[in-house]
Design a binder for this molecule. Structure first.
Ligand SMILES: Cc1cc2nc3c(=O)[nH]c(=O)nc-3n(C[C@H](O)[C@H](O)[C@H](O)COP(=O)(O)OP(=O)(O)OC[C@H]3O[C@@H](n4cnc5c(N)ncnc54)[C@H](O)[C@@H]3O)c2cc1C
Length: 479
């Protein structure tokens, strides 16, 4: 038995496990591209456990990698020879305040459990991701965007307070005033400065029912025109859209014949309503000019939040959930959206979207204030996501295409969403963060001066010697 196992187990209430004890699923994540074996896996029960684990790691020269539900795809949520901190053991919903609606949760709470808990009170977090089986800590660390982000920004924009265990082992409660740099730096901060153990989240009142209009567009410009109109009008609660292929035959692409598609653009616009007061369909849709109005769907609001579960279940039943996922999601500037998307879709083989899809999400730049959630300047933005599921034997063929796609979107001024596939050198990271690279690095050096947390993803320069304080010395007061 690893001697560190006993030493650490004696210090915490949660469970420590060694490679012969923990589940093999912990060696990778949803991407299925990167695999690593942790020396120890810790399932903490309390923030004290998390702090004790970080302190222990520092004392023994180990690293700590934080894992939520591991639905990300790059070198995250896995650990190569260090401690993997599996936060899903901290999943208590602590308290709901219905008067100034907010909820206090542990970071390992899964959004679906929270949504179910709040539904009887007609309350919900303002922003929900499509996949509700992910943890609060996991999405706050990336940003958390959803079909209401055009109104409310990211999930990170809707946080009141966080409790964070810094890389120094200290437990700090932070908000927009207290330890503000750690607060903002924990949102979309990739767990690099600290581990979120608890979050107080804003809530909003929901109406019990939703009505969704399924519109179809046959050209991208027409869809973008109406997407902008829909965002500006302020009538809609949720906006969701895709690019959807209709395969047409084969044509030569990069020296070989390949199936190609004619692309269409489904646009789903949703309003919430009280039973007995249904929305006025014609008034709502006035001014929009789709190719076809396909369908209208009334659903209880909680079912609307869970609308993607059957889709993901299908991916699981079809076996594609276990394929390689190398998703390229980028927030594009509006002015380059048509050029970028129309240079990608005509040659995109529709087969790689079996068990995946192409997302097009209209968004607004000023709804988010989270500094490390990088997006292009400008008010109108569009999220463009190519989300394939790739059988392992096709990976080497698909890889250059996806890497080129990522580079092209970056060259067009897009900013990648960091839960997808990326394997960047320092230059690409600097380019991504732009003028936030300096503050991001400074935050890392201040709160994790010994580079204990989440190594292997962001290649930070080493902290200067005077910043690497001696163990136990406290972090200077934050601004
Ligand atoms: C089918 C599917 C659909 C998706 N749809 C959306 C969507 O609509 N919108 C969207 O925004 N994303 C979406 N995602 C991406 C997903 O939300 C992110 O990958 C998210 O980070 C996953 O959360 P997780 O709990 O699995 O975190 P993990 O993948 O386990 O971790 C993600 C990152 O957060 C860090 N981390 C985890 N917990 C903590 C913590 N407590 N404190 C500090 N850092 C922590 C990890 O170290 C890692 O860097 C989707 C993913 C899938 C597979």
């Amino acid at each position: 038995m690893d001697r560190l196992y006993t030493l650490l187990q004696n210090r915490i209430e949660g469970v420590v496990s060694t490679p012969d004890q923990y589940h093999a699923g912990l060696l990778s994540n949803f991407g299925n591209l990167f695999h690593a074996t942790p020396r120890l896996v810790v399932s903490p029960l309390t923030a004290r456990d998390v702090a004790a684990t970080v302190t222990f790691a520092r004392e023994h020269g180990l690293t700590v990698s934080t894992r939520g539900a591991a639905h990300s795809q790059s070198r995250v949520a896995i650990s190569d020879g260090g401690i993997l901190l599996s936060m899903s053991s901290m999943r208590r919903i602590l308290s709901v305040d219905a008067s100034a609606p907010s909820v206090d949760v542990e970071a390992g709470v899964v959004w679906r459990d929270l949504v179910r808990h709040l539904a009887p009170r007609n309350l919900a977090p303002p922003v929900l991701t499509n996949n509700l089986s992910v943890t609060v800590g996991g999405t706050l660390a990336i940003a958390g965007i959803g079909v209401s982000s055009f109104k409310y920004g990211t999930q990170g924009d809707n946080v009141r307070e966080l409790e964070v265990v810094a890389g120094t082992g200290e437990r700090l409660v932070c908000d927009r005033k207290k330890h503000a740099d750690l607060f903002w730096g924990s949102l979309a901060g990739l767990g690099q400065a600290g581990i979120i153990t608890r979050a107080r989240l804003d809530l909003r009142a929901t109406k019990p029912m939703t009505r969704t209009y399924y519109l179809l567009y046959r050209d991208l410009r027409g869809f973008l025109h109406d997407a902008k109109l829909a965002m500006e009008r302020g009538r809609w609660d949720h906006l969701e859209s895709w690019a959807s292929p209709s395969p047409q035959g084969t044509k030569p692409v990069a020296g070989r014949r390949q199936v190609f598609a004619r692309w269409f653009y489904p646009f789903h616009l949703t309003v919430e309503f009280d039973p007995g007061h249904p929305p006025d369909d014609e008034e709502l849709l006035r001014g929009l000019d789709p190719f076809e109005r396909l369908y209208v769907d009334d659903l209880p609001t909680v079912d609307f939040f869970e609308r993607m579960i059957p889709v993901f279940d299908l991916w699981k039943q079809g076996g594609t959930w276990k394929h390689i996922h190398a998703w390229i999601e980028t927030v594009l500037p509006w002015e380059h959206a048509v050029d970028c998307i129309e240079s990608v879709l005509p040659d995109l083989p529709p087969s790689i979207l079996v068990g995946g899809h192409v997302l097009l999400w209209p968004a607004r730049g000023t709804t988010s204030k989270v500094p490390f959630f990088m997006r292009p300047p400008g008010e109108d933005l569009i999220g463009f996501g190519v989300l394939p599921a790739i059988p392992a034997r096709f990976w080497e063929r698909a890889r250059p295409m996806l890497e080129n796609l990522s580079r092209m979107t970056e060259l067009m001024g897009g900013k990648r969403y960091l839960s997808g596939y990326l394997d960047w050198t320092e230059d690409r990271w600097k380019n991504h963060f732009g003028d936030q690279w300096g503050p991001f690095t400074a935050l890392k050096h201040k709160y994790d001066p010994h580079s204990i947390l989440n190594p292997g993803f962001v290649p930070f320069p080493a902290a200067p010697a005077d910043v690497r304080r001696v163990p136990g010395e406290s972090v200077p007061a934050a601004d």
